[in-house]
Design a protein around this ligand. Structure first.
Ligand code: NAD
Length: 653
């Protein structure tokens, strides 16, 4: 089947790309577009060409199957030049998304018209590269340097209305894109033609602009190279002639394509693409999700309810008394009000979110729920009592899920009638923000229930990872090992502030000790105490010593560090030095790179044990858990990837 057809509407050629699913710029499509330029130019009846796409989107980018391979002719920059240099003007008619190479092709056209639901963008930095076909050079000529810097260094697409305001597109159509594009072309033929984008002037900002942007981009990039390299390309585009800037962009693109960071980001990209639809559930239909229940309106329950409402699913929130129900609702309202303040939600949307929530103490309100997620106290007796009530109140086919972090879901499921509908859905806090959900089937869980867990994750735009049952599932088990390894280094004489600095240097927002101070040391302590009470041999940790001395973290004014009232910045603590003095027995010296390598290697070793036990299906899924649940830097690819691909140059300070 041909990837491109050319039809005629009077004196306008309509060039239609048809390369499902997303009209990616495969070699075959590049060649077909290359040939189409000649065909249009050769047709004496034609005066202009409208470039449009079949299916759900305009050209949405490069062909992922060609990622990481040597580029094949015709090269995209040459194709964009060829479209721009055609004797007849081309008009890009954009619906869906024009991303990456797709938007670069559109910039080769003389005009761009977009459906108002469309978006355009240059997301290459998310894959560790820069646009490779003039994205950094033509964009500032269309929209000015400041807008181009935002678009290219963030990788975030913009909607049509904004794109129009920025000059990235020339017109927006409410409907009938081909018809409007053809009318636009005819009208444009009657006017003076603007110069091709490459020939348009660009106003170079002063050095202060670049300094300020460099600082901002570096801060947001958190160690990723591509956004800063993209900024260099944009500066070149502003200050050097077109051809020189193009050569610089191409060289940067080729350098980065073979980099460790790009390899890591491609690994994450493919893992994220695969995660929502695991192969073993391909033929299993999920149950419909029309109404959901959430039990417990605390930190997690409110967050889960918010996530459900963001996905448009009506929610019944059950609490143990009216006051707690009111508190749950107030927490939810606070979340949506916060979103309004940040400008991510309108007042009307926030009101609609709240209108879809009913808070009550009456379990009978769950009689028509398709799915109920329990998020009450982490206490087996409380949870089992909840599931007993759910069994009585819910339909026999309603999926019943627990959000437990550490309890054994098999014990919670015990006695639940129709246990094939029981499952663990482990969300992360804040549940309406964090994208990871660990999906934990018990032995009785049916394929359908499991598939419904994944369908829920898709509806909520989350990253689902299936986990077998072990203490802490995948993520918290690795977290425990990571913390234990960090404590072991402290015992050997490495200052804890050095360990935190090493992990920040590696790309995490916080080191292990700072993070514990933020979350509180007491939860893990109580768990260890519980295990000790149950007769398990759990050796004393340094954290135990701190908690016993009343140091539970920021909430008690101090944990591993001291905190001045109202100030979250960690200060070295003489009290902690005293408390731990007798436990620090070593005089080990390690530089920060070595510290980070050691801790990541230990995380990966735990990950390997998890794989060996069949708790996780693949190293890539473990990497997703760490990236989306624990702030592991995406551009490192996750601990499993990082441990397997020992980069040679990425730990240099
Ligand atoms: P929380 O104390 O903030 O909230 C628990 C809520 O459950 C309270 O509002 C309480 O009133 C309500 N509740 C208690 N018994 C109830 C009952 N019988 N019926 C209805 N409501 C009842 O706790 P949380 O942090 O939201 O944790 C809830 C669950 O989520 C726990 O199992 C926890 O392990 C798990 N979890 C917590 C986090 C986290 O970071 N906080 C992350 C993942 C999972």
């Amino acid at each position: 089947m041909s990837v491109l057809t050319i039809a005629r509407d009077g004196d306008i050629a309509v060039v239609t790309v048809d390369n499902p699913p997303v009209n990616a710029l495969s070699q075959a499509l590049r060649q077909a577009l290359w040939d189409a330029v000649a065909a249009v130019d050769a047709d004496p009846e034609v005066r202009a060409a409208v470039l449009t796409c079949a299916g759900r989107t305009f050209i949405a980018g490069g062909d992922v199957t060609e990622f990481g391979r040597p580029p094949q002719e015709p090269h995209l920059p040459d194709l964009v030049d060829r479209i721009e240099g055609a004797a007849k003007p081309w008009i890009a008619a954009i619906h869906g998304s024009a991303l990456g190479g797709g938007f670069e092709v559109a910039m080769g056209c003389r005009f761009r018209i977009a459906l108002d639901s469309a978006s355009v963008g240059l997301p290459e930095v998310n894959l560790g590269i820069v646009p490779g076909a003039s994205g950094t050079v033509r964009t500032p000529r269309l929209a000015g340097v400041a807008a181009a810097v935002d678009l290219v260094t963030s990788g975030r697409p913009v909607r049509a209305a904004k794109a129009l305001g920025l000059g990235l597109v020339d017109a927006v159509a409410p409907d009938d894109l081909p018809g409007n594009a053809i009318a636009f072309a005819r009208e444009a033929l009657g006017r003076d033609r603007p110069p091709p984008v490459s020939a348009r002037p660009v106003e170079a900002p002063d050095a202060a602009f670049w300094e300020e942007r460099r600082a901002a981009v570096a801060k947001a990039a958190k160690g990723a190279d591509a956004p800063l390299r993209a900024l260099d390309c944009l500066r070149k585009a502003a200050e050097a002639p077109f051809a020189e800037a193009m050569a610089h962009e191409r060289q940067t693109f080729l350098d980065l394509r073979g980099s460790d960071q790009a390899a890591a980001l491609r690994h994450v990209f493919f893992a994220e693409r695969a995660a929502p639809r695991p192969a073993h559930l391909r033929d299993v239909d999920p149950l419909p999700l029309r109404r959901a229940g959430v039990i417990g309106g605390g930190t997690m329950g409110a967050g889960i309810a918010a996530a459900l409402r963001d996905a448009g699913i009506p929610v019944t929130l059950i609490e143990r008394d009216d006051d707690a129900a009111a508190r749950g609702l107030a927490t939810l309202r606070g979340m949506f009000d916060g979103a309004v303040k940040r400008g991510t939600l309108s007042d009307a949307q926030a009101a609609d979110r709240m209108a879809g929530v009913t808070a009550t103490t009456d379990h009978a309100a769950l009689s028509d729920a398709d799915l109920v997620i329990e998020a009450v106290f982490e206490d087996i007796a409380v949870k089992r009592a909840v599931f007993e009530r759910l069994a009585a109140a819910c339909r026999a086919d309603a999926v019943l899920a627990t959000n437990t972090s550490y309890l054994d879901p098999r014990l919670i499921a015990k006695g639940v009638p129709h246990p094939d509908r029981f499952i663990g859905l482990h969300f992360f806090s804040p549940a309406n923000v964090m994208r990871l959900v660990e999906i934990v089937p018990v032995p009785e869980t049916s394929g359908r229930t499991l598939a419904t867990g994944f369908a829920l994750a898709r509806a909520l735009n989350k990253i689902p990872v299936q986990s077998g049952i072990c203490e802490g599932f995948i993520g918290n088990r690795i977290l425990k090992r990571y913390r234990a390894s960090a404590e072991a280094l402290v015992r050997q004489g490495i200052p804890l502030a050095e360990i935190d600095a090493a992990m920040r240097g590696y790309g995490l927002a916080m080191g292990p000790f700072q993070a514990q101070d933020l979350g509180g040391l007491d939860i893990a302590f109580l768990q260890r105490e519980g295990a000790r009470a149950a007769g398990q041999d759990v050796p004393e940790t340094l954290g135990d010593i701190l908690v016993r001395a009343g140091r539970k973290g920021q909430k008690t004014g101090g944990g591993w560090y001291d905190y001045a009232p109202g100030d979250r910045s960690p200060q070295p603590s003489a009290a902690v030095a005293d408390l731990l003095a007798g436990r620090i027995t070593g005089t080990l010296a390690m530089d920060r790179d070595a510290i980070a390598r050691r801790l990541v290697a230990d995380m990966a070793a735990e990950g390997q044990a998890i794989l060996d036990e069949g708790i996780a299906a693949s190293p890539a899924e473990i990497d997703l858990v760490e990236i989306h649940g624990y702030g592991f830097p995406r551009w490192r690819g996750g601990p499993m990837f990082a441990a397997r691909h020992r980069p040679t140059n990425d730990l240099a300070s």
